[in-house]
Design a protein around this ligand. Structure first.
Ligand code: SAM
Length: 208
């Protein structure tokens, strides 16, 4: 009993240290969120953001991913979408909306006019306290982004999206595999170990 209390304490300490490390680093480097480091790791691994990429960032508030993308993209367009209002970032466009709405999707498509290279989505459903339900709701957002991407990305386009290792994980994985030739998963170090969060990287569309 004593031993398990001790190991629980040391686990909590490790988790706090891990969180603080990325939190402090984001403050020092001027990033709006720790999430910025997840995108840096993802892009180091898969190299999908280039200087001329036209990029859609879904679930972008407070803007860490947009800051990272802006540093790399010099001649492409960036559109950020979130239900929350985002403080301006130079040369980045914002759309405050619910991505699931048809009207939002039409506005996004009008913005890119058929020229969409990369979609990154860090959307997460509001937490309810029920972890299993939260996983399902976030994975439904991911499934919606997969469908949208498969219709609207350029043929060699890339999608990177958050999803959770929950009960419907395999369903979402199969959906991704039915739409893209290459499907990989990657959990960045900046993602908390105790979280079921992981990221999906999909490249090259299968013909419809
Ligand atoms: C983890 S945060 C994103 C952090 C962000 N990537 C960054 O780098 O700062 C998840 C975001 O998803 C947004 N979100 C969730 N559902 C959404 C929806 N249906 N439409 C638009 N945004 C949504 C939330 O408002 C929240 O700001």
């Amino acid at each position: 009993m004593k031993k398990s209390k001790k190991s629980k304490k040391s686990n909590t300490w490790k988790i706090k240290q891990h969180r603080d490390q990325f939190f402090k680093k984001s403050k020092t480097l001027g990033y709006r969120s720790r999430a910025a480091f997840k995108l840096i790791e993802l892009n180091n691994k898969f190299k999908f953001i280039k200087h001329d990429t036209n990029l859609l960032d879904i679930g972008s508030y407070p803007g860490g991913w947009a800051q990272v993308s802006r540093k790399i993209i010099s001649s492409g367009k960036i559109l950020c979408v979130d239900q929350e209002k985002i403080e301006k970032i130079k040369n980045v466009s914002f759309l405050q909306c619910n991505f699931l709405k048809t009207e939002a999707k039409s506005q996004i498509l009008e913005f890119f006019d058929g020229n969409l290279d990369v979609i990154i989505s860090d959307m997460a459903a509001n937490t309810t306290g029920n972890k299993s339900l939260d996983c399902i709701r976030t994975n439904q957002l991911c499934a919606d982004v997969i469908e949208f991407s498969s219709i609207n990305l350029k043929p060699k386009g890339v999608l990177v999206s958050k999803l959770f290792m929950g009960e419907d994980f395999l369903e979402v994985k199969e959906l991704a595999k039915s739409r893209f030739k290459n499907v990989h998963f990657f959990k960045p170090e900046a993602s908390r170990n105790e979280s079921k969060e992981t990221y999906l990287h999909c490249a090259i569309l299968k013909p419809l």
